[in-house]
Design a protein around this ligand. Structure first.
Ligand SMILES: [Zn+2]
Length: 264
């Protein structure tokens, strides 16, 4: 057994997915399939930072014959066309991890202008047909709310990684746990899927818990989201990501305490 949140552990998860008869799918492949396989796992990654980790994860998956979806933020150090085109060549889907309502401080029209500009920058290098919102627990906006006013299909986008899903079990590594703690904005808004994800997640904590769940094959429609920056393959990188996660979780606990005191 390896340390959790290392590439070695991620390799064990990929092995379990394939050995247990799950068909790995990208977000786009799922949205485009008229009839998805009986047992599938949508593999998604939100690349917030640490593009090198994402590249290593993409190579590992490619070695296993797995195609996944990688959503990149548009910010210095993360918007890396060279890495994105390399990953697309490996067979992965590249998407846009948008945060334009945050950038526009809640102004929907300005957020849409930024969105159009940023997605055009991606499309100079790679095809982008799906998008996922970046959820910053410290801002008061939910970037998905842009689509209350605008329609992403008018921009040639087939789906949004939260809004376009129904009837799947969504699990993510946010907060350094596969359980449902610390997921401030990271949930599927659709009621049924949200509840299904929460109930499965309540029995999980580590990636080894998830591997055991995958091995039972009980949930046929899995949707797994990982943040590659969390999955380091060296001791120093692993320690840095551990400390960062602990600090962020402390802030999230403080915020949730503050809002529960306010609502009294
Ligand atoms: Zn993000």
């Amino acid at each position: 057994m390896s340390l959790d949140f290392t590439l070695a552990t991620y390799r064990e998860l990929c092995n379990a997915i394939l050995q247990s008869g799950y068909t790995p799918m990208t977000v786009l492949a799922y949205l485009e399939s008229a009839k998805p396989p009986d047992r599938f796992a949508i593999i998604r990654h939100d690349v917030d930072r640490a593009v090198g980790n994402a590249r290593r994860m993409a190579q590992l998956e490619s070695d296993w014959g797995i195609s996944a979806t990688y959503y990149f933020r548009f910010r210095g150090g993360t918007f890396r066309p060279d890495t994105m085109t390399d990953m697309a060549r490996m067979g992965h889907e590249i998407g846009y991890h948008y945060e334009t309502l945050d950038k526009a401080k809640g102004d929907c029209d300005h957020a849409m202008e930024i969105f159009e500009r940023e997605i055009s920058a991606f499309r100079e290098f790679v095809q982008v047909k799906t998008i996922s919102m970046h959820g910053n627990p410290l801002t008061r906006w939910d970037n998905r709310d842009l689509w209350r006013k605008y329609d992403f299909t008018s921009l040639g986008i087939l789906g949004e990684a939260y809004l376009s899903f129904d009837d799947v079990v969504y699990l993510s590594d946010t907060g350094r746990t596969w359980g449902h703690g610390y997921k401030v904005k990271d949930w599927l808004p659709n009621g049924g899927s949200r509840e299904a994800g929460r109930s499965v997640a309540s029995g999980l904590q580590t990636t080894y818990d998830l591997i055991r769940l995958v091995e039972t094959g009980q949930n046929h429609r899995l949707y797994l989201n990982t943040h590659p920056e969390r999955w380091a393959d060296g001791t120093l990188g692993w320690m840095v990501s551990l400390m960062k996660d602990k600090a962020v979780n402390t802030v999230k606990r403080a915020l949730s305490l503050k809002s529960s005191l306010k609502s009294r």
